[in-house]
Design a binder for this molecule. Structure first.
Ligand SMILES: Cc1cc2nc3c(=O)[nH]c(=O)nc-3n(C[C@H](O)[C@H](O)[C@H](O)COP(=O)(O)O)c2cc1C
Length: 367
């Protein structure tokens, strides 16, 4: 059996293989609620054979929504839709995971295909949608200047993060990821470019990491001991935050009960990777944290070939492999990878409705 298809136990949760569909915004929620598109999108990936499917960055506060189409868990009213979503992902064969996020100063914009610029028009006039950040420093490119949170305000956001995690638990998700990457709110606290606070949440490394650490401490109290907790970091944010910073932070996060670091990059400085993007452009981050912080890691970023995924695991560079855009291209990527790597029963990855027919066809010489 390949490493890619060997199961992994994370606390009390078993993933049937090491393939993860990472969070990918669909911006298709209906006022924060799960929509038909959310269900269809989850189903097409979860039925393709991954071990774990992550629901896209779901916002812990209304004001932290990136667009009008972001999913929400800032209120109990979202729990029934999220319960249905988690059950459906499980029914399709994958473990249901969810990423929780807050866009901070990068909130309130048009969807990428609508231009991605700061939101204008009727939705933008909602007075409750004031964007916030650690400091009143705008993202640039026409974004609004965020309101700097006061210390009590920081604690409110942390409490909202914990409350949203508790709703994810009630909805039946089995893996939780805190979005600390890509220049969003947690990353904005970590970076000394965006965080110029003078209270205990700004200044030194310890102070800038306090926001994330207090979220983790609070979440770990309500998130069951037998369920894993991931954090996505921009291991290098291409501004001042470095790999060494991420190693130091990850050691601390491991002590606080984080199980896996999902290793991404960019967002405060330029976006992730160079141009043209190289295959596996973020794998060195997963390797560095796994080696030097002694924590499990997930590699992500242009991993499209099953043999490459296998080689990353063989080399000990990561524990999990996330396949995002290539799974958009081929939602059955895990199944096809199992065929390519010569797994004994690749058809078992598929739901009955498909397994039966494709396995029978293969017996008659067609894959
Ligand atoms: C459509 C789309 C939406 C995304 N949404 C999120 C998100 O909600 N949260 C997040 O952390 N990353 C998000 N990402 C980044 C992906 O999770 C992943 O890190 C990135 O696409 C690189 O992996 P890939 O080359 O396998 O696609 C998104 C990427 C895409 C293409």
């Amino acid at each position: 059996m390949s490493k890619l298809f060997s199961p992994i136990d994370l606390r009390g949760v078993r993933l049937r293989n090491r393939i993860v569909i990472p969070p990918m915004h669909q911006y298709a929620a209906d006022q924060g609620h799960v929509s038909d598109w959310t269900m269809m999108n989850a189903g097409r990936f979860a039925a393709g054979g991954p071990g774990l499917f992550f629901v896209e960055s779901t916002k812990v506060e209304r004001r932290g929504a990136g667009t009008v189409g972001d999913l929400g868990l800032w209120d109990d009213k979202f729990i029934p839709g999220m319960t249905r979503l988690a059950d459906f992902i499980r029914h399709c064969g994958a473990v249901p995971g969810i990423q929780l996020g807050h866009s901070g100063r990068k909130a309130k914009r048009f969807r990428p295909w609508e231009g991605g610029q700061a939101l204008t028009g009727p939705d933008s006039e909602d007075p409750s949608w004031r964007i916030i950040g650690p400091s009143a420093i705008a993202q640039g490119n026409g974004y609004e200047t965020p309101e700097a949170l006061d210390t009590a305000g920081v604690r409110t956001v942390i409490a909202n993060w914990i409350a949203a995690a508790d709703r994810a638990r009630k909805a039946g998700f089995e893996v939780l990821e805190i979005h600390g990457a890509h220049g969003y709110l947690v990353n904005q606290f970590l970076s000394d470019v965006t965080n110029q606070r003078s209270d205990e949440y700004g200044g030194s490394f310890e102070n800038r990491t306090r926001f994330l650490c207090e979220i983790i401490e609070g979440v770990r109290k309500i998130w069951p001991d037998d369920k894993p907790l991931f954090v996505r970091l921009s291991v290098e944010d291409h501004a001042n935050w470095t790999v060494a910073d991420s190693i130091a932070l990850s050691k601390r996060l491991a002590d606080l009960g984080v199980d896996v670091i999902d290793c991404s990059s960019g967002g405060i400085g330029r976006s992730a990777g160079g141009s043209p993007l190289e295959l596996g452009y973020q794998v060195p981050y997963a390797a560095a944290l796994r080696r030097d912080a002694g924590i499990k890691t997930m590699a992500v970023g242009l991993i499209i070939d099953p043999a490459h995924a296998e080689q990353i695991l063989e080399a000990g560079d990561a524990d999990l492999i996330a396949v995002g855009r290539e799974a958009q291209n081929d939602p059955n990527w895990p199944f096809h990878a199992a065929v390519a790597l010569g797994e004994e029963s690749p058809f078992d990855l598929l739901p009955d409705q498909q397994r039966h027919w494709l396995a029978n066809r293969a017996k008659r010489g067609w894959r």
